[in-house]
Ligand binder design. Structure first.
Ligand code: MG
Length: 254
């Protein structure tokens, strides 16, 4: 907190009232320095931020695009083309018959989704509850049962697969619902042809696991697409494990 200076304007700048109460300017300065909000109000944004009604109990906010509400996958298509082959029941969709990707393509977004690895534990390492969220069909935030399941660090749940391990392992037990809240800014290509990095910020079950890390344009191994792009689909991976998803929504950030 900045300290207020003992400001005392020269007498020739003071009005008769101010001369009578010379401490007022100093007191005002003290108040302004003590409350930074007052300072920001002086240079406030010129346009009023839009009103967004937040969701209750994990429901989407009012400006979200709902990609899966537990009832149908009409916002999605099979990775191979055609309708998704995933099973929908009890408000979730379960991986089956290939990956799925959104019909709409996205640039920078805020994503919320919930996932659960199989309650019945099978396999280990990368073979246990493996799926993944590929942003623009290129950059994977790993979905994996990482509860007491060792694997390479940049391949466990919450990792930017092959690039960056999560800060902590915030995994819940197999079969329990888990949340991802992810801020993604895609890398872009500058006028000089060089890649301008994007970024990932990821919260796993409300815990920060990726803190604004760079996305340099290198696609995840075996990604469906490569190269930087302004917009691309979200893709949920079929890695042969019956992982479940529910409550998927995005907010566009541009
Ligand atoms: Mg994966």
């Amino acid at each position: 907190m900045p300290q207020a200076l003992p400001v005392q304007p020269p007498a020739e700048f003071l009005t008769p009232t101010a001369m009578k109460y010379p401490f007022i300017p100093a007191a005002l300065t003290t108040v302004l320095l003590a409350f930074p909000a007052f300072q920001f109000s002086v240079s406030a944004a010129e346009t009023e931020p839009p009103v967004v009604t937040p969701g209750v109990n994990g429901a989407p906010p009012s400006d979200a695009i709902v990609l899966f509400d537990g009832k149908d996958l009409s916002a999605w298509k099979s990775e191979a083309g055609g309708a998704p082959g995933w099973k929908i029941e009890n408000g979730y969709a379960q991986v089956s018959g290939g990956g799925i990707m959104t019909r709409e393509e996205f640039g920078p977004i805020q994503l919320h989704l919930e996932w659960a690895s199989p309650a019945e534990v099978k396999g280990d390492g990368q073979g246990r509850g493996n799926s993944g969220v590929y942003f623009q069909g290129r950059y994977e935030i790993q979905v994996l049962d990482s509860y007491q399941n060792k694997t390479y660090f940049n391949g466990q749940a919450g990792s930017f697969y092959g690039h960056n391990a999560p800060l902590v392992n915030a995994s819940r037990k197999p079969g329990e619902w888990q949340t991802y809240d992810i801020i993604f800014h895609p890398p872009t290509t500058g006028a000089d042809g060089k890649t301008i990095p994007g970024s990932f910020t990821v919260l796993h079950n409300g815990v920060l696991v990726q803190d604004h890390i760079p996305v340099n344009g290198d696609a995840t191994t075996a990604a469906k697409f490569t190269g930087t792009t302004p917009k691309g689909p979200l893709l949920l991976q079929d890695h042969g494990n019956p992982v479940r998803y529910r409550n998927i929504w995005v907010r566009k950030l541009n």
